[in-house]
Design a protein around this ligand. Structure first.
Ligand SMILES: [Cu+2]
Length: 125
């Protein structure tokens, strides 16, 4: 195959056009998924701490897409939340908190109150 300066320009133009098409397709994909408040592809889970217990105490999520858990504002010792796996500690006595756990491998990720009395677990499959 012989490359003249003219055909090289054409190839470059074709590559640019392809890139533009790919970018606009990606943007359109993002736009169509923005029906809900959370970002596309994020699994958003919620735990109610208002009763002083974790409700539900068991969560299920899928490996491979980012996981967020929102703990509601609560009362009692359950408001002090520890995820030993992530070396993560938070407190929801003053207001709800959303934890960004990112993409996780399959497994069980327990959490507990800081006194290790109340427990919950996130199952990732
Ligand atoms: Cu406790």
């Amino acid at each position: 195959m012989v490359f003249s300066p003219k055909s090289a320009r054409l190839v470059r133009a074709a590559v640019l056009l392809t890139l533009l098409l790919l970018m606009s397709a990606a943007l359109a994909g993002c736009g169509s998924a923005s029906g809900s408040a959370s970002a596309p592809g994020v699994q958003h889970l919620a735990v109610d701490v208002s009763t002083g217990d974790y409700v539900p105490a068991e969560l299920s999520a899928t490996a491979g897409t980012p996981i967020q858990i929102t703990f509601s504002q609560g009362q009692g010792c359950a408001t002090s939340i520890v995820f030993p796996e992530f070396n993560l500690k938070t407190d929801v006595s003053q207001g709800p908190k959303t934890l960004d756990l990112g993409v996780l491998q399959p497994g069980d990720y327990p959490w507990a109150c800081s006194m290790n009395m109340k427990h919950g677990v996130l199952h990732v499959k």
